[in-house]
Design a protein around this ligand. Structure first.
Ligand SMILES: Nc1ncnc2c1ncn2[C@@H]1O[C@H](COP(=O)(O)OP(=O)(O)OP(=O)(O)O)[C@@H](O)[C@H]1O
Ligand SMILES: [Mg+2]
Length: 458
């Protein structure tokens, strides 16, 4: 059949519905508890989210019990760090101002960083005030007036609070038509009709106009932000900084933690959660941050999570076990090393593969053709046609001995090459998806990737 007709005929949704009782493919990786979910989505995420009880509890308790709990989260790519961060922020969002920031390379710079954080905190607070008090502008106005009442607050603090409000995307002002010495503050789209003395305003503008806000001013601004937060009935401010580990540069990561340390040192009443890579924590910020290693999930947790994902899109009472062979799920867990992202992607690929082959079950055949990349399968097939090739010898050695490393003389002898060449071949075979490896002390140990043996046998 011509390709265009073939494509037209192949309807993945029809297959998902008829063969797998699914509305759509539920196995797409996405962070759990991300911002802006509907109530129903939160319920689904809550069912999918497994394990992590201890770590989540210790973070939440740390925050609720003190006034400046700071922690770093680290762990493998795709293990579930962001989801934990999101969950903690979500769980605290009722009575705390919670903010999530994804950090980028260009943010790790003293000038950009301060302003980015200030702006995020100020925007979060003002948006939240507007949302909570609805359009009850009168009450907002009263609270702000109360806050700035002469005598209740020192002039410098009032200036700092105003500087903080100006950092927000939600706050604007215009000069008053009646009083030359005053301006009208707007919060959100509607003016709150609050009048400020222009000398305060000018001082606040100066405070934020520097490329780099002087430390004493910055401290004052952060403090007044915290006071404003209380004024509006929130218990505190929680900042979640994600993707510190995506900077891929230890120097930048260290700088990020030091910038945070400088900004939120000891008595600053802010709570921090920072995702970063491990080697950085061991150095100079241990005194301030408690560290949390995020381990891969257990097999039971991964399978439960996958089943809940399946159920979230299923029509009827079916479960994942009705379509996936038990052994496949066990191997799929091994293959993913407990990293949920990898497990989810593999499940999704299996379903797509089964649909393209018009199958109604995910058995070992489907799973193997998914996990062994085409490039790897082709490389292995080629080897089996040439038994004197070094690659073939490497692969058969690993089949017999389960694993091997390039400095092993037996391995070198049986392949007939010196160490440097063996290292090279092992690396190439890993890149092609034929081998996998793990680091063991100072050496790298290689073994056959799951499914490769089956390809070798045919
Ligand atoms: N506790 C959990 N239970 C079930 N599924 C989870 C859990 N945590 C994460 N996942 C799933 O795992 C995948 C990866 O999660 P997440 O994005 O949170 O990981 P990450 O560690 O932040 O990844 P990255 O290193 O790429 O930033 C997502 O598909 C998510 O739905
Ligand atoms: Mg993440």
């Amino acid at each position: 059949m011509p390709i265009l007709d073939e494509i037209k005929k192949f309807d993945i949704n029809k297959c998902l519905r008829e063969n797998f009782h699914l509305n759509k493919n539920p196995f797409t990786p996405k962070e759990l508890f991300s911002d802006g979910l509907t109530a129903d989505e939160v319920k689904t995420h809550d069912r999918v989210f497994q394990g992590r009880k201890e770590i989540v509890e210790s973070i939440i308790t740390g925050i609720r019990a003190g006034d400046s709990y700071k922690s770093v989260l680290y762990g493998s790519k795709g293990v579930g760090k962001s989801s934990i961060l999101n969950l903690c922020l979500y769980a605290l969002s009722n009575d705390y101002i919670t903010i999530k920031i994804r950090i980028l390379k260009e943010d790790v710079n003293e000038k950009v960083f301060q302003k980015k954080i200030l702006r995020a905190v100020a925007t979060a607070l003002t948006s939240r005030i507007l949302k909570t008090d609805g359009l009850n502008l009168e009450s907002i106005r009263k609270k702000i007036q109360q806050f700035f009442k002469p005598g209740a607050v020192k002039e410098l603090d009032a200036t700092a609070a105003l500087a903080f409000l100006f950092s927000s995307d939600q706050v604007t002002y215009e000069e008053s038509t009646q009083d030359k010495e005053a301006i009208n503050l707007h919060l959100g789209p509607v003016p709150i009709g609050f009048t400020m003395k222009s000398e305060y305003v000018n001082a606040a503008k100066t405070m934020t106009s520097y490329a780099h806000i002087p430390e004493t001013d910055l401290m004052r601004i952060l403090k007044s932000a915290h006071k404003l937060t209380w004024e509006f009935g929130f218990k505190g401010i929680v900042l979640g900084i994600d993707d510190g580990d995506k900077l891929n540069d230890a120097e930048l990561e260290r700088m990020l933690l030091n910038l945070l340390k400088g900004m939120f040192y000891a008595d600053a009443k802010y709570h921090l959660m920072v995702v970063c890579a491990r080697d950085v924590i061991e150095l100079d910020v241990k005194d301030l941050f408690s560290d949390n290693f995020i381990s891969p999930l257990s097999k039971d947790d991964v399978l439960r999570a996958l089943n809940e994902m399946y159920k979230s899109e299923s029509v009827g009472e079916k479960e994942i076990y009705d379509f996936f062979d038990k052994e496949v799920l066990a191997e799929l867990y091994e293959e993913s090393n407990g990293l949920m992202r990898d497990a989810v992607i593999l499940c999704g690929e299996c379903i797509k593969k089964a649909c393209s082959e018009k199958k109604e079950r995910i058995d070992k055949d489907v799973f193997n053709s998914v996990r062994v990349r085409e490039e790897a399968a082709a490389a292995v097939k080629l080897m089996t046609m040439n038994h004197i090739s070094t690659e073939y010898k490497v692969v058969t050695y690993l089949m017999e001995n389960k694993e091997g490393y390039s400095s092993d003389e037996n391995f070198q002898k049986s392949v007939g090459v010196i160490q440097s060449r063996l290292t090279q071949i092992l690396r190439e075979l890993e890149n092609k998806g034929v081998l996998k490896s793990r680091k063991e002390k100072r050496r790298r140990v290689y073994f056959l990737k799951g499914g490769i043996e089956e390809v070798l046998k045919y």
